[in-house]
Write a protein that binds this ligand. Structure first.
Ligand SMILES: Nc1ncnc2c1ncn2[C@@H]1O[C@H](COP(=O)(O)OP(=O)(O)OP(=O)(O)O)[C@@H](O)[C@H]1O
Ligand SMILES: CC(C)(CO)[C@@H](O)C(=O)[O-]
Ligand code: BAL
Length: 281
C-alpha cells in the first residue's frame, strides 16, 4: 500500500499511468467504517487504481467544537483499507499542504442547492465542501469519484460543481450503509454513548414510517407527525425534517404525479449531529 502526504508524491506516482487505465477516488474525512469501505470496494471493482483521501477539511466546519472533536484515527483507517486491498493509494495531506497558510473557502453558486437543509443550518459548509472537493479532484485527476447518498445533498452539489467547473470526472453515488438497527453509519457515531447509539435507531425508524404515511398524507401532515414524534423523544432533538423534490432539493408544498420525492432529517443527540434521508417513492 502507498501512503502519500504530499501532493507532489501523489502526482509523481501517477505520472506513468497509461490512458487506458482508470483511476477511482474516494474522498473521506477518515474514521473509516463499513459505509466508506462500500465506496472503496465499488471503486476497486471499477478502476485500475483507487485513491482514498483522508483529510478533515477545516473549511467545511461551521462549528469549532465539532471540528475539534471530529474523530481522527489514521492508523486504524490504514489497517482497514489494507484489509480491503493492498492496492489502495492513501492520500493523507496536512492542512498546510492543501491550503498553504490561507485556510479559506472559495464561494460557489450551486443554483440554490446550497441554501437549504445542511446549507441553511451549517453556514458556509458547502463553500468548504466545494473548495476541498475541487482541490482533491484537481490533484488526483480521477476518472471516477465516489460519494455516499448518506450525504445526498452533498452528492447533488458535487455533481453541480464538476458541471460548473468542467472537471472531467464521473461522480458516482453509492447507497447508504446502515447498522443492523437501521442507524446510518457515520464517523460521528463513534462519539455516541451506548444509550444514544441505541436511541439513534429512532431516526431511520421514523423516516421509514414517514415514507409509509406519505403514501396517503400531505407533506405538511407528514412533517407535523415527525415533529410530534421527536417532541416526545427525550434524548434526540430534531433540527429539521423536510420533504423535497428529489432533483432540486427544494421543499415541496404539494405532491404531483410522476415526480420523485425525498425526505431529509438532521437530529442532535447531545452535541452530536446526525443526518439521514430516504427516497419516498
Ligand atoms: N453510511 C454510509 N453509507 C454510504 N456512504 C457513506 C456512509 N457514511 C459516509 N459515507 C460517505 O463516505 C464519504 C466520506 O464521508 P465522511 O468521511 O464525512 O464520513 P461520514 O461517516 O459521513 O462522517 P460524518 O457524517 O460523521 O462526517 C462521503 O461521500 C459520505 O457520503
Ligand atoms: C466529501 C468530503 C470528503 C469533503 O471533505 C466530506 O464532505 C465527506 O467526507 O463527506
Ligand atoms: N459527511 C459530511 C461531512 C461533514 O459533516 O462535514
Amino acid at each position: 500500500m502507498h501512503i502519500f502526504h504530499k501532493i507532489e508524491e501523489l502526482k509523481n506516482h501517477f505520472s506513468t499511468v497509461s490512458k487506458e487505465e482508470t483511476v477511482g477516488m474516494v474522498p473521506t474525512m477518515g474514521a473509516l467504517h463499513s459505509g466508506h469501505i462500500s465506496l472503496v470496494k465499488k471503486a476497486l471493482n471499477e478502476n485500475n487504481y483507487v485513491i482514498v483521501s483522508i483529510f478533515v477539511n477545516p473549511t467545511q466546519f461551521n462549528n469549532a467544537e465539532d471540528l475539534e472533536k471530529y474523530p481522527q484515527t489514521l492508523q486504524e483507517d490504514i489497517t482497514l483499507l489494507k484489509e480491503a486491498s493492498d492496492k489502495i493509494i492513501v492520500f493523507a495531506p496536512s492542512a498546510s499542504e492543501i491550503y498553504n497558510s490561507n485556510i479559506k473557502s472559495d464561494s460557489y453558486n450551486f443554483g440554490g442547492l446550497e441554501k437549504v437543509m445542511e446549507g441553511e443550518f451549517r453556514d458556509g459548509h458547502f463553500d468548504g465542501v466545494g473548495t476541498i472537493v475541487e482541490k482533491l479532484l484537481n490533484i488526483g485527476k480521477p476518472d471516477n469519484a465516489y460519494f455516499g447518498e448518506k450525504d445526498y445533498q452533498q452528492l447533488q452539489i458535487i455533481k453541480k460543481l464538476v458541471d460548473i467547473k468542467k472537471i472531467p470526472v464521473n461522480i458516482i453515488g453509492c447507497p447508504i450503509v446502515r447498522e443492523e438497527s437501521g442507524l446510518a453509519m457515520s464517523s460521528r457515531n463513534a462519539r455516541l454513548s451506548a444509550e444514544l447509539r441505541n436511541e439513534a435507531a429512532f431516526i431511520y425508524k421514523t423516516l421509514k414510517e414517514a415514507k409509509i404515511k406519505f403514501g396517503t398524507k400531505s407533506a405538511l401532515e407528514v412533517s407535523k407527525w415527525v415533529t410530534a414524534q421527536f417532541d416526545k423523544n427525550k434524548l434526540l432533538d430534531l433540527e429539521y425534517f423536510t420533504i423535497t423534490n428529489a432533483d432540486n432539493l427544494q421543499t415541496i408544498k404539494r405532491k404531483s404525479k410522476n415526480k420523485k420525492y425525498r425526505a431529509f432529517i438532521a437530529v442532535y443527540a447531545n452535541d452530536i449531529r446526525l443526518i439521514d434521508n430516504i427516497a419516498l417513492n
